[in-house]
Design a protein around this ligand. Structure first.
Ligand SMILES: Cc1cc2nc3c(=O)[nH]c(=O)nc-3n(C[C@H](O)[C@H](O)[C@H](O)COP(=O)(O)OP(=O)(O)OC[C@H]3O[C@@H](n4cnc5c(N)ncnc54)[C@H](O)[C@@H]3O)c2cc1C
Length: 382
């Protein structure tokens, strides 16, 4: 048995890859063993999904392989995690038990379209990479009618992403010369476009979508979906194509080991600790409240920041240093605005105990920065 401490990372997404690389860049394999477990062997920056949707990308051209990790002395196990035993420091996959000294849980959120009656049969899940090619085909074929984009549960990943999707769909239809024949409706259960960003930024996003004649329907809480019909608590609307953002929950293993209460997420503070010594949680699987009503949004940039925070604290502990740092809650999210432009939503979640947000101008240069952000993550992590 080796005495080298073992950091096990559950999930090779934004949080997991950021944490693993941060630790490995500071400590070599004689000081710490690192293992990432993921049921799939690829990583994709979330927003590339919208480029598959609009046909400017393929799935194959948008992924990096987790099988590259061993080149950096980061072990990779492709397997499904089926149990976490936080009291006895082991996790179980379908084929083995793995002991850990430190555990970072970053398994993301699970999308549950089946929670909304009729959705699976009558609509698309915009966030499911398996459905994007078919969505693209439908968007390329439609000649007239109504396209609905509907948020069906809060919180959901990347709050601006559905708005970006609506603007990209608008651009696609305009490029095909048929925009005037198609109505785009956007439905949200929230009273404003981006509640976590506050009323001012929400108004800017509303103005942006309205400027492209996208109709925003606020406070629409979904009941069920019928063929070509959305039924909300107080209203009904027709559609021809439905792009839905289904409700999100945590993976079942998290509820099984009582790290969160179904259907919620793992509650954390800015140190990303769980109640168990040396077990941390980061990213979409967590809920980090900023105020009574606002939590840190589910976004890659925050999963990355939390992963780096935990990594630095593990490094400190391994180097027998006392220093503990806290997640700073800062990040920039690109908001693709159609017409080959993007703006940047600059976020500071903890300024004066409340979020401060600013939306920059939409420019072509910001869209290039968005492409660079993806390239940089793929090349530095894999
Ligand atoms: C359309 C779209 C656009 C987006 N745009 C942006 C953006 O512009 N900016 C931004 O910051 N964020 C964006 N996001 C959000 C971002 O992708 C997520 O917030 C981010 O991926 C969360 O990182 P994570 O590490 O918490 O989880 P993930 O990246 O989801 O990683 C979780 C990993 O855990 C694995 N896993 C889960 N359960 C198991 C199990 N039982 N066994 C084994 N493996 C398991 C999964 O396979 C997955 O690889 C976007 C998301 C979408 C869908």
């Amino acid at each position: 048995m080796s005495n080298i401490p073992h950091v096990v990372i559950l999930g090779g997404g934004f949080g997991g890859l950021a944490a693993a690389n941060e630790i490995r860049n500071s400590l070599d394999s004689s000081k710490v063993k690192i293992t990432i477990i993921d049921k799939k062997d690829w990583f994709m920056v979330g927003y590339a999904k919208l480029w598959i949707m609009n046909g400017t990308r393929t799935f194959e051209n948008s992924i990096g392989s987790l099988n590259e990790l061993p080149k950096k002395q980061i072990n990779f196990i492709k397997d499904e995690i089926i149990e976490i035993d936080p009291k006895n420091n082991f996790v179980k996959t379908k084929s083995e038990n793995i002991l850990f000294d430190f555990l970072i849980i970053c398994m993301g959120a699970v999308l549950v379209p089946e929670k909304i009656p009729g959705l699976v049969k009558n609509g698309f899940n915009l966030y499911d990479h398996n459905q994007l090619n078919e969505i693209n085909e439908k968007l390329n074929k439609i000649e007239s009618g109504k396209i609905a984009i509907a948020i069906m549960g809060m919180p959901y990943k990347c709050p601006p992403a559905p708005f970006e999707a609506s603007l990209l769909v608008d651009s696609m239809l305009r490029n095909r010369g048929i925009r005037d024949s198609i109505q785009i409706d956007f439905y949200s259960p929230a009273p404003m476009t981006l509640p976590a960003a506050g009323p001012e930024v929400s108004k800017q996003i509303l103005d942006l979508v309205n400027s492209e004649k996208i109709i925003f329907h606020n406070s629409q809480k979904i009941k069920h979906v019928e063929s070509k019909k959305l039924v909300f608590e107080n209203d009904e609307f027709d559609f021809d194509i439905l792009l839905a953002i289904p409700p999100h929950i945590a993976p079942k293993v998290i509820y099984d080991c009582n790290l969160a209460k179904s259907p919620g997420f793992i509650p954390i503070d800015r140190d990303c600790k769980t109640p168990f010594e040396n077990i941390f949680a980061v990213g979409d699987i967590t809920s980090l409240q900023v105020t009574d009503t606002i939590a840190v949004p589910k976004a890659g940039i925050f999963a990355e920041g939390e992963g780096i925070t935990v990594a630095k604290n593990i490094i400190s502990k391994l180097e027998l240093k006392e220093k503990v740092i806290l997640f700073d809650g800062k990040g920039g999210c690109f908001l693709e605005s159609g017409r080959d432009t993007a703006s940047i939503l600059e976020v500071d979640m903890f300024t004066n105990q409340k979020p401060s947000t600013k939306l920059t101008e939409s420019t072509k240069n910001n869209l290039s920065k968005k492409l660079d952000f993806e390239k940089e993550r793929l090349s530095k992590w894999l």
